[in-house]
Design a binder for this molecule. Sequence first.
Ligand code: PMV
Length: 317
Amino acid sequence: MIRKPKTTVTVSAPGKVILSGEHAVVYGYPALLSAINRRIVVKVRLAKSLQVSSNHPSTTHATMAVKRILEILGSRNSKLLVSIDSNIPVGSGLGSSAALAVASSAALTKLKSKFWNLRQINEIAYRIEKLQHGNPSGGDNTISTFGGFMWYRKEVEGFKTFLQVKIKKKLPDLFLLDSGKPKETTAQMVQKVKEYYLDKPIKVRRIFQEIESITRSFLKLLLDEQEISLSELINENQLYLERLGVVSQSTSELVKIIKRNGGAAKITGAGGYKAGSGMLLVYHPEPKKLLVFAQEKKLTISRVRLGEKGVRIEKES
Ligand code: PMV
């Protein structure tokens, strides 16, 4: 029986939170990441010309990513309709651009080459991320590809190590609280940290080392190897991120109030210092109090599920 070639492929990929290690991970320190229950869906089908329709993050960016992936696949002149639909907020530290790169890379590879190779999908997505961010760690695209919880490290440009973490401790309910959209892009925030690093290398290296030790403690907590307070890990991590200069005044104030009320909060990605700092990952032993607080302050809040599945095929026909 001759199989009819597939003409439509729909793929989805998750966003992420960094539990610990953002920014330090750009300098070869480890990070702990988790895929979350916010996804981007990319549908690709044969058409009369190349068209991209997107609600994410801008059609221009999505079109550029699609064209570059097709070039990498040696299929520059493909006639396709690519539809992108995302529920990962853009520029908020949840890895929206990486998820876009991963889902597009996966959908186009599947349609063009019929292969489903996660390492190849991830490698292509990393190349797209580099176009967008200049010097990404590669953590965001890797967690979006493989999903779950991940220990990630960029040893050098051409050698990145990562391992999925099988967690042994059930985490309590965690929330995403919107501290406001950053005015800066991820690339600008990474550049800001670089300038600080070049100016005060010893100081910044010390901050990275402290962050690394928090990341290791977080891993022990997930593996249930040691009784560690989740609140303390989150709050300490946030303090070092504030020292790095990636958290705005208004976000620091917000975090202080959450702490005073018995909770803990940290940014989840690149942050932002002029306006908002993106989504905060928040823990509170009494979640109801947190929800009331968010309602009073008119802040957007939602529960987040961690350890979600990586990129996957939703439909083929
Ligand atoms: O804000 P996001 O989702 O783009 O995450 C950036 C994470 C950084 O560690 C700041 C940069 C990187 O490439 O890992």
